[in-house]
Design a protein around this ligand. Structure first.
Ligand SMILES: C[S@@+](CC[C@H](N)C(=O)[O-])C[C@H]1O[C@@H](n2cnc3c(N)ncnc32)[C@H](O)[C@@H]1O
Length: 433
């Protein structure tokens, strides 16, 4: 094989499809193992391209393939279909030849001849989407590769325009970063970005930027001055309106982005951070160490089980619950591959259990914030409504947010992924009466 980018993309995709492995982790593992100069950008493009367009590629291939092939061959065909439809830089004969060679090498099923025939046909055929007027949901299903069960739910919850905007949202080329103000001022950091010629743009938040992350990571002088933290994730913390010198509990805290930000704001007070998994609690410790944050205590704790030691002790409790992640699929496209409809019900039950238990730890007059990175009402306002129905000692309060168009003055917000080039989040802030 002349070029290794198809082989390396295949290896990453095989691990993702066969083990339901996380795309970010698998891709980074591969990219870190490669020498400088190998085509990392193209491998990234192919891996994300196949994941983001998975249902569309399956639909397209179904025109040429009667029976679903075995996994190794199916992945090779998906790479080929993606390359034929979206990679103009590689001529179609090269796509076919390289992938036939890859099949001989990687697929146990002696299917190189079959791959050759299918990809030759694909390279001569355009993609035709289902008719939008006659089959609206099927059209969206194939155009955006969102599963039908999810489109059915979203269609009931969002107006047509909002739904299409949401489906169209793309990963921002620049990453949202938060500046570690304990060690550098915003102005000094901005000057360093300019000095090192790093592409950036302003964020709606004063302590953040959108910046070219891979370039940023290569500059030793900038290390530890910033952390990757999405706009939505920062808004969750900002909306708490934390007063310095208080006590904060974060009941679902790993990997620790919000805990560290809260600890920075509350540097005269403290943050206690729980997570149910020991290895994830270690991630919080590492995060805090890297950011130079010293006022975080971590604890392995199941947030659904009441711990009497903490009752009525905290000024602020953050419940950033585990969720279906539908708001962050531009960053993690594997979510759309493996998330099943029946998991939503069990997730909303878990979310309510965690919120209910967490509410016991809030002082009277204190704040309880519930947040997720999903867009489904069942996991968002549905959980809040059920909680408030059962707990008359809590009320929704206004979110304290910087002036960002419509999201001021609200008590609970859904930030859609197309807004501010961010991802989708939900935030509700409550007070214990
Ligand atoms: C959305 S993530 C939290 C992200 C985190 N707040 C941050 O900003 O980095 C949800 C976390 O909840 C944890 N989790 C899931 N079930 C839990 C439970 N019953 N008790 C405590 N933590 C739990 C997961 O391990 C995961 O780390």
């Amino acid at each position: 094989m002349k070029n290794k980018y198809f082989l390396n993309s295949y290896k990453v995709l095989y691990n993702i499809f066969s083990k339901e492995a996380y795309s970010q982790i698998e891709l980074n593992r591969m990219l870190n193992s490669l020498e400088e100069g190998e085509d990392k950008a193209l491998i990234t493009k192919i891996v994300y391209g196949v994941l983001e367009n998975n249902l569309q590629l399956e639909y397209y291939l179904s025109k040429f393939v009667k029976k679903r092939p075995k996994l190794p061959t199916y992945i090779i065909l998906k790479i080929g279909a993606y390359a034929c439809l979206y990679l103009n830089s590689i001529p179609s004969y090269a796509i076919v030849n390289e992938l036939v060679e890859l099949t001989k090498q990687e697929s146990k099923y002696q299917e190189a001849g079959f791959v050759n025939i299918v990809l030759k046909k694909a390279s001569q055929t355009d993609l035709e989407l289902p008719d939008k007027e006659k089959n609206y949901l099927e059209h969206l299903n194939i155009k955006y590769s969102y599963p039908l069960w999810l489109l059915n739910k979203l269609q009931k919850e969002y107006e047509k325009d909002a739904l299409e905007k949401l489906l169209q949202s793309k990963k921002n080329k620049l990453k949202h970063i938060r500046i570690n103000q304990t060690i550098i001022s915003i102005l000094d950091f901005k000057n360093l970005l300019i000095k090192h010629n790093i592409e950036f743009s302003e964020s709606p938040l004063k302590n953040a930027f959108y910046a070219n992350y891979s370039k940023l990571m290569r500059v030793e002088e900038l290390k530890n001055y910033f952390t990757a933290e999405s706009l939505g994730s920062m808004l969750i913390v900002d909306s708490l309106d934390i007063k310095n010198g208080t006590s904060i509990l974060d009941v679902c805290a790993a990997p620790g982005g919000k805990s560290c930000y809260m600890a920075e704001i509350n540097n005269k007070g403290s943050v206690l951070a729980f997570d149910i998994y020991e290895h994830r609690v270690e991630l919080i410790n590492r995060y805090a160490f890297n950011m130079g944050v010293k006022n975080i205590i971590t604890k392995v704790e199941d947030a659904t089980i009441l711990n009497k030691d903490f009752i009525n002790k905290y000024d602020y409790v953050l419940c950033d619950a585990p969720c279906s992640g539908i708001g962050v699929v531009t960053k993690k496209p594997d979510i759309l591959l493996f998330r099943k409809e029946d998991s939503i019900k069990s997730l909303s039950k878990l979310q309510l259990d965690i919120l209910q238990t967490a509410s016991n730890y809030v002082k009277v007059g204190g704040v309880l914030t519930y947040s997720t990175c999903t867009l489904l009402k069942e996991e968002n306002i549905g959980v809040i409504n059920e909680f408030l129905n059962k707990n008359s000692n809590f009320e929704l309060t206004k979110l304290n947010l910087p002036k960002l168009t419509h999201i001021n003055e609200k008590e609970a917000i859904t930030l859609l992924p197309d807004e501010f080039n961010s991802e989708g989040y939900f935030i509700a802030r409550m007070r214990k009466i």
